[in-house]
Design a binder for this molecule. Structure first.
Ligand SMILES: O=C(O)CCC(=O)C(=O)O
Length: 117
């Protein structure tokens, strides 16, 4: 792996958001737009139970597609997908034994500020 790592972006992330999903948890469709730097992809790492993930376009109401994110999966929101609406429809309880109590952990690593220079 190069210094740019999975994200293919030459500056380190500045924040890691940790979400824990119990079996009944959902996350509605939203855009990640709190950061100042949109050239950097958001790197999403999934641990534990599989999630049914939904992603659409950059406009609310655009066509969406659904995919399963299993434990160990890494997903990059980069390029046009950086501002795509996305969310979690459901958690498939019991699909992983990684977390003894079940559930899912999602880590999103984010560059927040624009690099200087
Ligand atoms: O849990 C996921 O895979 C998505 C997390 C997410 O959309 C977010 O933290 O903004």
């Amino acid at each position: 792996m190069t210094r740019q790592g999975l994200a293919g972006y030459p500056h380190p992330p500045e924040a890691c958001l940790v979400n824990f999903y119990e079996a009944s948890a959902r996350m509605g469709l939203h855009q990640d737009r709190d950061e100042q730097e949109f050239e950097a992809p958001v790197l999403s790492l999934s641990l534990g139970d599989t999630a049914v993930f939904r992603i659409g376009g950059t406009q609310r109401g655009a066509k969406t597609l659904s995919l399963k994110l299993a434990s160990g999966d890494a997903l990059l929101f980069g390029g046009a997908a950086r501002r795509a609406y996305h969310g979690i429809d459901r958690i498939l309880a019991g699909s992983s034994t990684l977390l003894p109590q079940g559930g899912r952990i999602n880590l999103t690593l984010r560059r927040v500020t624009k690099p200087e220079g």
